[in-house]
Design a binder for this molecule. Structure first.
Ligand SMILES: [Zn+2]
Length: 269
């Protein structure tokens, strides 16, 4: 089976000393591609350095997380920190300069969990629209994190991508049934993390969405399927077995379809 983890943060300080082992375990588990997701300029630099070191396996998704863009610092996430608001144009220029190493743009989106919607909606929405337009220009798929902002994200994506100009993957989607169906009808993809083994939210999504629109991820070190250890790409096979169980298919068939979806969305050969 060829497995893929389309969203993780293994450049997190937690993996500083175990990075090579984490990659080895992923390889042994059949993982062929891992997308590292940046959230700010400092993180994006780190993502690129790892991807250049392991071009056979790692791919870069460069992002501008909404909170980082505003210059609000969620403390102690363990990811590289950016001081002050992000200059979007500067970051776009950086991404263009490294375009041959860039597979996707993300994570990006809206976040009304860490900051109040009333105070930040206008600025967050404007940043989000600018990043979507940029991704459209450079023709790269986008990876969305919509935290307590699922409907608002879908509204904006629907407006900005009237002709489905680029693929959209919803990472860690927490919206209700009707929003899952609405995004699916717009052709969005959903990446299912390994903690689908215990999360009813993700199980519901697997039930509702066509397998052709599903992907797999781990969000390592977060969203772990285990209570006592952080997530890592090697666990992505758990998503496959759970999806197979729900869809009443063999894991082999599910993995093959997810791999095809990955190739379609991210332009991989
Ligand atoms: Zn993430």
């Amino acid at each position: 089976m060829k497995l893929v983890d389309v969203h993780c943060h293994i450049y997190h300080e937690m993996f500083k000393d175990s990075f090579d082992e984490v990659l080895e375990r992923a390889k042994s588990a059949g993982v062929k591609r891992i997308l590292l997701s940046g959230v700010n300029p400092e993180g994006n630099i780190k993502v690129l350095s790892y991807v250049k070191k392991h071009p056979e396996m790692l791919r870069a998704s460069l992002g501008i997380y909404p909170i980082d863009a505003l210059g609000i610092e969620p403390d102690g996430t363990g990811l590289p920190v950016h001081k002050g608001a992000i200059d979007l144009e500067q970051q776009f220029a950086f991404i263009r300069d490294n375009l041959s190493h860039v597979t996707a743009i993300g994570e990006i989106g809206l976040d009304f969990y860490w900051v109040e919607k009333e105070k930040t909606y206008v600025q967050q929405a404007e940043n989000f629209r600018r990043i979507i337009r940029f991704a459209k220009e450079i023709k790269k798929p986008i990876i969305i994190h919509s935290r307590k902002a699922e409907k608002e994200c879908i509204d904006i994506l629907e407006e900005e991508l009237p002709n489905r100009e680029i693929s959209v993957n919803n990472h860690c989607f927490s919206g209700k049934k009707n929003l899952v169906l609405r995004a699916a009808a717009l052709g969005h993809y959903f990446s299912i993390p390994a903690n689908v083994v215990k999360s009813q939210q993700f199980q519901m999504m697997v039930e509702l969405v066509d397998l052709k629109q599903l992907l797999t991820e781990t969000d390592a070190p977060w969203l772990s399927p285990y209570a006592d250890k952080p997530s890592e790409p090697a666990f992505v096979g758990l998503s496959i077995t759970k999806i197979a169980e729900i869809k009443k298919m063999t894991p082999e068939d599910v993995a093959a379809q997810i791999w095809q979806n990955y190739v379609r969305v991210f332009g991989e050969k």
